[in-house]
Ligand binder design. Structure first.
Ligand code: NAD
Length: 307
């Protein structure tokens, strides 16, 4: 597998390192800043003898080296600063996505695109439009991250290991995130049996605000360890053809009553990209929240088309 990572900032470089250390693929790391991807790639290669992985990474500012990629992860763009919403990044990052996808798509026509740049759902839809790729090969990373945050917060609250907590979030990456308490388990036990509704709501809200909490603490830039772990998880499913069910920003064509929009849904992820959208048993409130998230994304995409 050849994985290109566009953008060598915090998310891009940590994703590259994780992919290398897991031995998932050969990596091409790019950026517009001269020397940055080259320097990072050299530094990673020098860690190979100690960490014991094959140093299969190229750092470059030239798109020629990305040709024939199997997966392209797009992290290029501005992150949030304290007080900013992800939507504040819309116009600036849309211009970057248009440029990047315009460069990448012609020479990697069979690639799977994983968009990370915010605002996530809208940038994923834009990447699909600009590339013209089949929708099952264009997706966004947000649900794996939001779910991981929720799983960690549940574990912290209940004093258990995050490894025994399962939970999934759907909808959009932001205020319209949909948490599914009925589907969450701790050591196999349903979450609602283990805590009260007010606590659940507090944990869900902390998850919705999870990115902002870290932006507020860092003061400069946004989260990257959990985001890069989430991207690597998606690449692992694609590279290994695992068909694992993960929450991914994917193109819905009638699933959950949602048509023709990108939205966070559970998908079977494997060779070739999104193999299938999995329809969980949602109650009326959960369905309504998911549809509302999809309506919000659609409206923002319409705004974006006018920019
Ligand atoms: N989807 C998610 O869950 C999630 C999580 C974390 C961060 N993000 C988003 O990911 C993006 C990157 O975050 P980061 O922390 O790595 O930011 P960063 O500022 O550390 O890195 C961004 C990099 O993109 C590069 N870049 C800018 N324009 C480019 C272009 N046209 N071509 C190639 N490279 C270009 C910059 O030079 C910089 O190195 C942000 O938009 C952030 O909001 C999303």
């Amino acid at each position: 597998m050849k994985v290109t990572i566009v953008g060598s900032g915090f998310v891009g470089q940590t994703t590259a390192m994780r992919v290398l250390q897991k031995g998932l693929a050969e990596v091409v790391l790019t950026d517009i800043v001269e020397g940055l991807p080259q320097g990072l790639a050299l530094d990673m290669k020098e860690s190979a003898p100690v960490e014991r992985f094959e140093p299969l990474i190229t750092g470059t500012n030239d798109y020629a080296a990305t040709a024939g990629s199997d997966v392209v992860v797009i992290t290029a763009g501005f992150p949030r600063q304290p007080g900013m919403s992800r939507m504040d990044l819309l116009a600036k990052n849309a211009a970057i996505i248009r440029g990047v996808v315009g460069e990448i798509a012609p020479s990697s026509p069979d690639a799977i695109l994983i968009v990370v740049t915010n605002p996530l759902d809208e940038m994923t839809a834009l990447a699909a439009d600009v590339s013209g790729f089949p929708k099952e090969r264009v997706m966004g990373m947000a649900g794996v991250l939001d779910s991981a945050r929720l799983r960690y917060f549940i574990a912290e609250e209940l004093g258990v290991s995050p490894l025994v907590v399962e939970a999934m979030t759907l909808g959009s990456h932001g205020d319209a995130m949909v948490a599914l308490p009925r589907h969450a388990t701790v050591d196999g036990r349903p979450l609602p049996e283990l805590t009260d509704e007010a606590t659940l709501e507090r944990l869900f809200q902390r998850t919705r605000d999870g990115g902002a909490e870290i932006v507020g603490l860092l003061k400069k830039g946004s989260a990257y360890y959990a985001p890069s772990a989430s991207v690597a998880k998606m690449i692992e499913a694609i590279a290994g053809g695992t068909d694992e069910v993960l929450p991914v920003c994917a193109w819905a064509t009638g699933h959950y009553g949602i048509r023709d929009t990108y939205v966070g849904v559970p998908v079977r992820l494997g060779a070739g990209g999104v193999r299938e959208i999995v329809e969980l048993d949602l109650n009326d409130d959960e369905l309504a929240a998911l549809r509302q998230a999809a309506d919000g994304i659609r409206a923002k995409c319409e705004d974006l088309a006018k920019l």
